[in-house]
Design a protein around this ligand. Sequence first.
Ligand SMILES: [Zn+2]
Length: 84
Amino acid sequence: MSSGLKFEIAGRTVNQKQFFDNIQKSAVDLATNAVRKRISGVRCPVHGKSAGDLRQVAGQDGNLQWTYSACCSELRSAVERSMS
Ligand SMILES: [Zn+2]
């Protein structure tokens, strides 16, 4: 028995789980891009480098978390400040 709901992604019919998985992935990608954009503008006051190797990781309670590489703790605190 059909529910009458039809889920489509880019013209392709998918099931409900695929549909919501896709939305979630798109939202995470969007958020990751926003974080990348934000931290790419932050430079280390000591070394003049920016953070790199941004990765989205599974946080606790379903929160989104990201890891990144930084040359030192000065850059880390500069990044933290830019996020708040
Ligand atoms: Zn540094």
